[in-house]
Design a protein around this ligand. Structure first.
Ligand SMILES: *Cc1c(COP(=O)(O)O)cnc(C)c1O
Length: 370
């Protein structure tokens, strides 16, 4: 069997940076959810994205959960959430006993449609927070979205789990709203094997998030709790991997963009293929190269042809309003996200792929048009 080509797998630095930081944690016996790697990773990531403060957490999902809590979202509150996303964006809304209202995408960005967002505000003026996602490392149209949200004076949380390294008009995604979150899950552009980060310019709120994430222990010698606690902190060992990975982030972005350009050049000419959008204000990290096919060849045909050669690919996220678990919640929009789901496919975008690997993928796909 040929060696598997992955969609997006962990890629440690050639220099071994990650092991150096992990070794430090072992040498100093800081094998705990606290220590110099955690502090360093928070500092370095905040600096990289241009945010005042950051809290390192156990996952991106935990970061969304505590962002909602920090935003004051609680029982019965309404939260606007893109429908075209991974379920981890929406689940924490339910953890907080709040109510999601799902918002459609537009074809220009694949992300939250400003038009559908305005409609949602008309229907639910009492909304508490808006979650914005930057899907596949493409930025949402933040100027338009922020203008609408400011007009309605609502808290904005950016799920930038997939968009570390993506800039919108020169500013890093995840730093437009009140809170931004990143994920270091195994398939993301950089990984710690699992982990997340919550960033904000509000240092006092970030301090509160760290407090909640370490079981909400009051300042007292005995164990005293005045608030509900969580065990959501990132460990010092894991943070060491993150510090090493952060040093190669720019390299990873460069390779992801190369992969996207390669596919676009080689496949863009085929009838009925359309690549994910590029906008002049967007500098995407191209975490996954995605496209839609609108003709006789279906995404499933491409996925099956690739799988035969031990190559991984997958459909575009299935919209939340089509999920059995979320189907009772309201959806605002038309059929854009449904159509992206039906026609979309994510191509292998692993940064370890060689040109030969890329050519193999291209040839398999092109052969379906013959
Ligand atoms: C991966 C991902 C998350 C969740 O991050 P975890 O670290 O896996 O909890 C949230 N939202 C989106 C859009 C993601 O892709």
């Amino acid at each position: 069997m040929k060696e598997r080509i992955f969609l997006s797998s962990p890629h440690m630095s050639d220099e071994g940076y990650e092991m150096q930081y992990v070794q430090e944690a072992f040498d100093t016996n800081w094998i705990a959810p606290l220590g110099e790697n955690v502090n360093g990773f928070e500092r370095e990531l905040a600096e990289k994205v241009g945010s005042k403060a950051a809290a390192a957490l156990s996952s991106g999902t935990a970061a969304i959960h505590l962002a909602l809590k920090a935003a004051g979202v609680g029982e019965g509150d309404i939260v606007f959430c893109p429908t075209l996303t991974f379920s981890a964006t929406a689940n924490p809304i339910i953890y907080q006993n709040a109510t999601p209202v799902f918002i459609d995408s537009d074809y220009e960005t694949w992300n939250m449609s400003p038009k559908a967002l305005e409609e949602a505000f008309e229907k639910y003026p009492e909304v508490k927070a808006v979650l914005v996602v930057h899907l596949y490392g493409l930025s949402a149209d933040m100027d338009k979205i922020m203008e609408i949200c400011k007009k309605h004076n609502v808290v904005v949380i950016e799920d930038a789990a997939e968009s570390l390294g993506t800039y919108y008009k020169g500013k890093h995604t995840g730093t437009f709203g009140d809170y931004g979150i990143f994920s270091f899950n195994g398939n993301k552009i950089i990984t710690t094997s699992g982990g997340g980060m919550l960033v904000s310019n509000n240092e006092e709120r970030i301090a509160k998030v760290r407090f909640w994430a370490t079981q909400s222990r009051d300042q007292a010698r005995h164990y005293q709790h005045s608030e509900l606690g969580f065990n959501y902190r990132m460990s010092n060992v894991v943070a060491g991997i993150g510090r090493g990975q952060l040093r190669v982030l720019d390299q990873r972005v460069e390779k992801k963009r190369y992969i996207y350009e390669f596919y676009k050049k080689e496949l863009g000419g085929l009838k009925e293929i359309e690549f994910m959008p590029s906008n002049e204000w967007d500098e995407p990290n191209c975490w996954l190269s995605a496209m839609t096919v609108n003709g006789k060849v279906r995404p499933i045909d491409i996925m099956e042809a690739l799988e035969k050669e031990n190559i991984e690919s997958r459909p575009v996220w299935k919209p939340m309003h089509m999920q059995p678990f979320f189907k009772s919640y309201d959806f605002i929009g038309t059929n854009v996200s449904e159509s992206l789901f039906e026609n979309g496919i994510c191509l292998p975008s692993d940064t370890k792929m060689t040109d030969e690997n890329l050519k193999t993928v291209v040839n398999i796909i092109a052969s379906l048009w013959k």
